[in-house]
Design a protein around this ligand. Structure first.
Ligand SMILES: [Zn+2]
Length: 225
């Protein structure tokens, strides 16, 4: 009798484990498809003739990476809880596609990229904005996602490969303001929690950027007759 009960427990456990695995696979298949579809949509809309592949990766780090040799883009599981919309996933993938385009330019380019990663980060952010706009995504989503995941680094952390978050977000704001101001004027994100926080923490810097594009007119002191 004891044997029967034990084997019954073992059977139920195995069955429920398989079922759980299946459920997990279903969920992960959904993410894999989403990552792939967004990736290919961006490639096609931008007429990018170079091949790249897209993977949902089980890695728990809050990150996404481009493998320079295989030109494959991996969106880590750890970054998904930070995403609130398809535009935000598209923002991360667009940034990685920008790196993928550079990787396609050959070994020498890849060596330069690995030696001055920070300037390539700014370039990839700008390129990501163009890629997103062409594929019908709102580029402001890149600011939103960076405000959630990109920390402020101290002076002793400056050797790190990523520039501090606010500098990246302000560079993006500047680029969008200059090239696609319509996204900031008619801002779909104006009530977004993370966008409002970006506005709050960058008040004086954004004022300077706005003045660059709409210079303050000199006051004419001469009285007109
Ligand atoms: Zn990057």
């Amino acid at each position: 009798m004891k044997k029967i009960i034990l084997s019954l427990i073992a059977f139920v456990m195995t069955f429920s484990m398989c079922f759980a695995d299946e459920l997990r696979l279903d969920k992960e298949a959904k993410y894999q498809k989403q990552v792939m579809q967004i990736g290919f949509r961006i490639l096609n809309a931008n007429q990018i003739e170079k091949r790249m592949t897209f993977y949902y990766d089980n890695n728990k780090n809050v990150n996404a990476v481009t493998y320079m040799t295989s030109k494959s883009i991996h969106v880590y599981k750890g970054i998904l809880p930070f995403m609130d919309s398809e535009d935000e996933i598209a923002a991360i993938i667009s940034h990685e596609i920008a790196h993928g385009i550079e990787a396609h330019r050959g070994l020498w380019r890849r060596i330069i990229m690995s030696s001055c990663t920070k300037s390539f980060e700014f370039q990839a952010d700008q390129k990501a904005v163009d890629l997103m706009v062409n594929a019908g995504y709102n580029p402001v989503a890149l600011i939103i996602i960076l405000n959630k995941i990109s920390p402020e680094q101290n002076w002793f952390e400056r050797s790190s490969s990523h520039p501090e978050g606010s500098r990246r977000m302000l560079a993006l704001y500047d680029y969008i303001y200059g090239k696609y101001p319509e996204y900031l004027i008619d801002n779909a994100y104006k009530n977004n929690l993370y966008y409002q926080n970006f506005l709050l923490t960058t008040k004086s810097e954004r004022k300077k950027i706005r003045e660059k594009y709409t210079p303050v007119k000199p006051v004419n002191n001469k009285k007109t007759k």
